[in-house]
Design a protein around this ligand. Structure first.
Ligand code: BTN
Length: 326
């Protein structure tokens, strides 16, 4: 792709100018075609300086999602080896499911700059304006169906770790996998099994993070916040995506080695409401008790009047009895 070839030449010698003539010779295209492509790149947010004598120099890459930039930021073995980015999709989970059915590989990542019908847990809709990170990963891990919920826990820990690494920001996890800052939701995760787990073993892990937009862009009814509201600045979505994928991959590799303890400990360290009296809603059914932790299978453990009971994520919601935090 001409666009990527030009960028590859510009970064080959960082900070240096590359002449239009050299690019034209190497890529076997006219200088006019290169000039045109450079204008497109500038419109997309690449800062490229052009000097008549010296040629072009890449000064800065865009902070909005870009396949070439994200690819360069990735530091993973398999997650993100194949990227599928579109400006707008109904839902990255839906597209990832389609791709998975057509043979999409383990680690393929689907991203959209905005979603028109984003999906949330419990058949809810997920508001996905421009500036957010809306990403789904196709996973075909060496795990059983019983481990699917652990993968969604792994995704929440990966987001927690990325926020800490990049922004020194401490966020909490509300079971099963809502990411919370000061009682407000900043990100959510939707894991969906494709087909028969036992035969194809595919999980779509969808992650939605409210990043570079203000709270006003979301419905006032939502108990939500955005990273922009917290940091008061926009961040590079490519770096954020790459960092989350790096942490997620680390967790998945550990899970494949049956090492759940470290993930469980990290998850519990950030759990919101641990040790508190909570209510579990499953449709009309309500259970009440003390939130004791998560089981070895990743289910929520509640100490009720009748003893210990565990709940798998499925159709369940967690509510605090005492605070209005969640
Ligand atoms: C939740 O309800 O908390 C889960 C929200 C998950 C939203 C993400 S955004 C990327 C991916 N595509 C979707 O349609 N949903 C998930």
């Amino acid at each position: 792709m001409l666009r990527h070839d030009i960028l590859d030449l510009l970064v080959a010698d960082p900070g240096k100018y590359v002449s239009g003539e050299k690019i034209s010779q190497q890529l076997k295209v006219t200088r006019a075609a290169i000039w045109k492509q450079i204008q497109v790149l500038k419109e997309e947010g690449f800062e490229i300086e052009g000097q008549t004598k010296n040629g072009y120099c890449l000064l800065k890459t865009p902070i909005s999602l870009d396949e070439w930039v994200l690819n360069g930021a990735l530091n993973t073995l398999s997650l993100g080896n194949k990227l599928h980015l579109e400006d707008e999709l109904k839902s990255t989970n839906v597209r990832a499911k389609e791709l998975a059915r057509q043979g999409g590989v383990h680690g393929q990542v689907v991203l959209a700059r905005c979603q028109s019908s984003g999906l949330g847990r419990l058949q809810r809709q997920w508001e996905s304006p421009r500036g957010g990170l809306w990403m789904s990963v196709i996973l075909r891990p060496n795990l059983s169906l019983a481990d699917a919920s652990k993968l969604t826990l792994a995704a929440s820990v990966a987001i927690v770790d990325a926020f800490e690494e990049l922004f020194s920001l401490r966020i909490g996890i509300k079971w099963p996998n809502d990411l919370i800052f000061n009682g407000l939701k900043i990100a959510g995760i939707l894991g969906e099994v494709v087909g028969e787990w036992n035969t194809v073993q595919t999980l779509i892990l969808g992650m939605g993070i409210n990043v570079n937009f203000t709270r006003e862009r979301l419905s006032p009814l939502l108990n939500a916040t955005t990273l922009f509201e917290i940091l008061r600045t926009d961040v590079d979505l490519n770096i954020l995506a790459a960092t989350i994928l790096k942490h997620l991959e680390k967790q998945i590799i550990a899970l494949e080695k049956q090492a759940f303890e470290e993930l469980r400990a990290r998850w519990l360290e950030r759990a919101v409401g641990l040790g508190e009296e909570v209510r579990i809603l499953r449709g009309e059914q309500v259970s009440q008790g003390i939130f004791k932790g998560i089981t070895i299978d990743g289910a929520l453990l509640l100490e009720t009047e009748n003893g210990e009971e565990s709940f798998t994520a499925g159709e369940v919601q967690l509510r605090s009895k005492t605070t209005n935090y969640f």
